[in-house]
Design a binder for this molecule. Structure first.
Ligand SMILES: Cc1ncc(COP(=O)(O)O)c(C=O)c1O
Length: 426
């Protein structure tokens, strides 16, 4: 289906293709387990000699249908759903990095990911070096070591809204024989498909636009199937040498282009178990069915709100890559010509206290931790999502103390602007 159809059709139809007499709508396989006729049939599944379902911690038909839809939308060969975006990012790195390994990461990423990589993964012995994504190639290259196993960045960073130069990052990663992993949560594959620009693995917090209705926390990892693990076998023993927990099976030999996702499923999900519930996958699928309709509305509304804010004299600064004077306008036009995302950031004259007063005066836009919801919502990262970061770390991550993150929903743009106006006047 992936090659035949355009994204709009994939959003609605990919993943679940019912056969005669089967439900038209993707069913929720609310079953932990699956039945077999002989002990031998089940044993072959445990040895990865046959494909089939046996236990939902590893695979579930509802989840697999939704994963297949996301893989089709991104143009990848396979995907795996996880219980959250955090789990997706953890698995994406841990699938190829073990204690003693290192990876390089853009410093402008979501605060939760920054913490996961910079603190928690370090405790597991996986080291990270954060780099300024706008630095010249040689400077980013200098962060690589012999034990570096991946390069990581966000297409549009949350909440600083910097646009990643994906081709530059892919060049650097491939020069060092490692894959580029891109968190494509904010643009979604409707606005950007990182594989087309050289990324190897894509991750998502499906909690955001993909679900779109703020009902279900979830994540996804998508593999392009393009990275040649065997060409760098010394770096990736987990994929290119026998796995003792599967009787000496070697993932690249047994599964070819599906090696990375199969290992993530058969080994990491088996052992760590952060599976997405089939109920959540069902809700995610409903969200995906309208993703192609919602994204243009988010982007169109955000453009109008950004233009309004940039003309208002109470506003100190506006950051939205759809504004022609934005630092990332050219990159956004290159990678996301049809629109970027619905998230804007700005600061008010008078600084932090005025920004907080403004947020408290909003009536339509709600103060929530969430972002990328159908409903307009707002957050002050320095007081909320990033409060664990010191001022120094905040600035390192490009977050000003007065930064308001404004996630423009799919309501009428005039109503959103009227709400902002009354709050500015309050
Ligand atoms: C870009 C990005 N990646 C990952 C995450 C983590 O996702 P989740 O909240 O689903 O665990 C977030 C959450 O805001 C995010 O914005």
């Amino acid at each position: 289906m992936a090659k035949q159809f355009k994204p709009e059709t994939l959003c609605v139809q990919a993943g679940w293709t019912p056969k005669k007499g089967e439900p038209r709508v993707l069913p929720i396989y609310q079953s932990t387990t699956f039945k077999y006729d002989t002990s031998e049939q089940m044993a072959r599944l445990f040895d990865l000699e046959d494909s089939g379902y046996f236990y939902t911690r590893l695979q579930n038909p509802t989840n697999d249908a939704v994963a297949a839809k996301i893989a089709a939308l991104e143009g990848g060969v396979a995907a795996m759903l996880t219980s959250s975006g955090q789990a997706a990012n953890f698995y994406a790195i841990f699938n190829i990095c073990q204690a003693g390994d290192h990876f390089v990461c853009s410093s402008t990423i979501y605060g939760g990911t920054f913490n996961l990589f910079g603190v928690t993964m370090k405790k597991l012995g996986v080291d990270v070096t954060f780099v300024n994504p706008d630095a010249p190639e040689e400077e980013i290259s200098a962060a690589f070591r012999p034990n570096t196993k991946a390069l990581f960045g966000e297409t549009i960073s949350n909440p600083t809204l910097e646009v990643l130069d994906i081709e530059k990052f892919a060049r650097i990663a491939h020069k060092h024989g490692v894959p580029l992993i891109v968190d494509n949560t904010f643009p979604t594959p409707i606005n950007c498909r990182p594989f087309e620009w050289g990324a190897d693995i894509v991750v998502h917090s499906t909690t955001k636009y993909m679900d779109g209705h703020a009902t279900s926390v979830g994540g996804a990892i998508v593999d392009s199937g393009n990275f040649d693990w065997d060409a760098h076998a010394d770096k990736f023993p987990g994929l290119c040498t026998p796995d003792e927990s599967y009787h000496g099976l070697t993932y690249t030999k047994a599964f070819g282009k599906l090696a990375y996702i199969t290992k993530a499923t058969a080994q990491l999900m088996r052992d760590l178990g952060s599976i997405q519930s089939p109920q959540n996958a069902f809700l995610l699928n409903l969200g995906l069915e309208t993703l192609h309709l919602r994204m243009p509305q988010h982007c169109g509304n955000a453009q109008k709100v950004a233009e309004y804010l940039s003309k208002n004299d109470k506003v100190a600064w506006v950051n939205y890559c759809g504004l022609p004077d934005n630092k990332y306008y050219e990159l956004a036009q290159k990678y996301m010509p049809g629109g970027s995302c619905g998230v804007i950031s700005f600061g008010l004259k008078g600084g932090r206290e005025v920004s907080i007063k403004f947020m408290d005066s909003l009536k339509l836009a709600a103060i929530v931790t969430h972002v990328a919801d159908a409903r307009t919502c707002v957050l002050h990262p320095a007081s909320h999502t990033h409060r664990q970061l010191s001022d120094e770390q905040l600035l390192e991550a490009g977050i000003r103390p007065d930064l308001i993150r404004f996630s423009v929903g799919i309501e009428n743009a005039d109503d959103i602007i009227a709400d902002i106006e009354q709050a500015l006047n309050a």
